[in-house]
Structures are given as structure tokens and as C-alpha cells.
Design a protein around this ligand. Structure first.
Ligand code: NAD
Length: 326
């Protein structure tokens, strides 16, 4: 297929581009490069700088490349920043996504996979989280993603859009061949932060909250390897149906605490990593992990890279080779 990957120079988008070209698809990567990196984009793909909020410019390039389906990773994705600058989040994540849908409409593209998030569940009433739990996001970031889920559902009903909105848990790791990895600036994800301590780029790891009702008192999250995640996208693309939306959790189904992650990083790097215990951060639930049952049952997908040290090891290989990122 001819597939456009919007946000294709970002962390997850660049892994999707690589997977798609390796599976024989023709890929057009689109990004503003606001947070992405030109060098993250596989050279076998075509790359163009475009803002998905510019309907006319986006439609023109989608038409030129005869695009048949879109994977939409582009977003502003810092939960904390979304609290202090909500308009930025509603503009980029909601308004610019509507502009992208306009471009799809103009060019007759009906297939879409959209990055949603477990942040749409907010503080869930139970774990593991199943897709039918009430979605009650507690940040503008989570709200913006839930709004898009609902807009897509309405567009499916009204216009025959065929879409999937996988809800990611914590995406981690790097391509197993070491070619691309994670380079967020600033970095807010736990595994890269801990590995930056191992590289001597930070003095310590802050542990926010050690009094949670979890076995070691620290927060528990579900870490899914980025390659497993993008493979799920390809399967979802093959299962899209006109007028329907597919909603699935993308997680491993197992939770690891902050201390588990630090221990795994110490084991993988062979270094002792200093920590500093701080107060809880507002809005950090004690435990978030997926039930991955629905996607296994209905699509046949489950994560293959489930060993925490392998996930951390892939990230470490990339960080060691690219200590200053791209
Ligand atoms: N990383 C995670 O753990 C995680 C978890 C849940 C959901 N998500 C979602 O997955 C998606 C990808 O996340 P990521 O970690 O790769 O983020 P990222 O910031 O690395 O990638 C996003 C890319 O989109 C680009 N972009 C932003 N706005 C754009 C626009 N208007 N037009 C074109 N390009 C634009 C950025 O330049 C960047 O390259 C996001 O939608 C995010 O909300 C990520």
C-alpha cells in the first residue's frame, strides 16, 4: 500500500516508517520536525515537511503520492505542558487532526490508524484496564485524545471512515538493529531518564512517590516495546472496516514499578544508579496496566518482546551509540 505516516520523524512514527518499508509498503513520512528528527526517518521512505493542520498543503502531497491509508502519530504529547498550555494541546491534537480529516476527505482516503492513549482512562476504577472502562481523562492531553476518538467515531458513522484508535500504554525501547531510538527533548519518559543517569548526563533518578499502595511503594506502569506496538498498527490497518472504529489497548498486560525499572537498568548497564525520593506528582495513579485480552482475541496480536531487560537493553544499545540523540 501507499501509506502516509504523519509524525513520521518522531519516536514511534519513525519506527512505524521503518517497519512499513521493511514489509514492502511505499511510505511517505510527514512531520513538522518541531519534535522529530530528519535522521530518524528511514532513507527508503520519502520525507516531506508539512503541518497536518494545513489541509490544502497536506491534501496536495497525499494526492501526489496516491496515498491509500494514514497512520497519524503527530501530536503534542507532554501531559504536564498540556496542563499549563491547554490551548496548544487542543489546537494541535484536536483542531489539526480535524484539518487532517478534511485533507483525507478531499483526497478520498478512508483508512486511518490514530495514536490514542491510556491517558484517556484517567484514574481507572480497576486494573488491569479493559477497553470498556469509563474514560475520564484528568489532563488536557488525555482529553484531547478522547475528543479525537469521539470525532473519529462520528466521522465513521457519517462518512464511512474506517479507523483504529489503539490506546498505548508506556512505549519503550528502540529498534532491535540499533538504527533508531528515542530522542524526546525534553525527555520525560522513565527508561530514557534512567539511562541518561547511566550515561552520566543526569546526577540521579527522581522517584516521585514512595508511599503508593503498591508492593514497593512506587508507581506501576505497563511498558510496551515500540516494535511490538508498530506491528500491531500494521495488523489493525489490515482489519479496518468502513464505518467502524477499532479500539484496543496496546500494552503487555504486566506492570513494573519505578524501582523495577531502575533495577532492570542497573542490571543492563552494569552501573549503580543514584535515586532521590520526592513527593508524589498530582494526577499520577498508583498502577496503570492494560488488559491486552481484547486485541489478542479479536486480532490475534500480543506483545512478543515482554522481557523487561530486553526492552531496556534495546534502549541502552541505542543510547550508548547515540549519547546525544540524533
Ligand atoms: N511515547 C509514548 O509512550 C506514548 C504513549 C501514549 C500515546 N502516545 C502517542 O503516540 C504518538 C507519538 O508519540 P511519540 O512519543 O512518538 O511523540 P514524538 O513527539 O516523538 O512524535 C510526534 C511527532 O509529530 C510531529 N508533529 C507534531 N505536531 C505535528 C503537526 N501538526 N503536523 C505534523 N507533524 C507534527 C512532531 O514533530 C514529532 O516528530 C503521539 O500521538 C502520542 O500522543 C505516545
Amino acid at each position: 500500500m501507499n501509506i502516509a505516516v504523519i509524525g513520521g520523524a518522531g519516536y514511534i512514527g519513525s519506527h512505524a516508517v521503518k517497519l512499513l518499508v521493511e514489509r514492502g509498503h511505499k511510505v511517505l513520512a510527514i512531520d513538522t520536525l518541531d519534535n522529530g528528527h530528519r535522521r530518524a526517518v528511514d532513507p527508503r521512505a520519502t520525507f516531506v515537511i508539512r503541518d497536518c493542520g494545513n489541509t490544502a498543503a497536506l491534501a496536495a502531497v497525499l494526492r501526489d503520492f496516491k496515498i491509500e491509508a494514514i497512520m497519524h502519530f503527530a501530536a503534542s504529547a507532554y501531559v504536564g505542558e498540556s496542563v499549563t498550555d491547554p490551548r496548544k494541546y487542543y489546537r494541535n491534537n484536536v483542531s489539526n487532526t480535524i484539518s487532517m480529516l478534511d485533507a483525507m476527505n478531499l483526497t478520498g482516503i478512508k483508512k486511518l490508524v490514530f495514536s490514542s492513549t491510556c491517558a484517556t482512562y484517567g484514574e481507572p476504577e480497576k486494573v488491569p484496564i479493559t477497553e470498556d472502562l469509563f474514560q475520564n481523562p484528568i489532563s488536557p492531553y488525555g482529553q484531547s485524545k478522547l475528543m479525537v476518538e469521539r470525532i473519529l467515531m462520528d466521522c465513521a458513522r457519517a462518512e464511512g471512515l474506517a479507523f483504529a484508535a489503539p490506546r498505548y500504554f508506556n512505549v519503550a525501547g528502540a529498534a532491535l538493529d540499533g538504527s533508531i531510538g528515542e530522542d524526546h527533548r525534553p525527555e520525560t519518559h522513565l527508561i530514557p531518564i534512567v539511562l541518561q543517569v547511566a550515561l552520566g548526563q543526569r546526577t540521579h533518578v527522581d522517584i516521585f512517590g514512595t508511599d503508593y499502595p503498591t508492593p514497593d511503594g512506587t508507581c506501576i506502569r505497563d511498558y510496551i516495546h515500540v516494535w511490538d506496538l508498530v506491528e500491531a498498527h500494521l495488523l489493525l490497518l489490515e482489519r479496518l472496516k468502513a464505518g467502524h472504529g477499532l479500539f484496543y489497548n496496546l500494552g503487555v498486560g504486566k506492570g513494573y514499578s519505578v524501582r523495577d525499572i531502575i533495577k532492570a537498568c542497573e542490571k543492563v548497564t552494569g552501573k549503580s544508579l543514584p535515586t532521590r525520593e520526592s513527593a508524589r506528582r498530582p494526577g499520577d495513579p498508583p498502577a496503570l496496566y492494560a488488559s491486552p485480552e481484547k486485541i489478542l482475541r479479536e486480532i490475534g496480536w500480543s506483545a512478543k518482546i515482554t522481557d523487561l531487560e530486553q526492552i531496556v537493553g534495546s534502549a541502552w544499545n541505542w543510547f550508548k551509540a547515540h549519547p546525544h540523540g540524533y
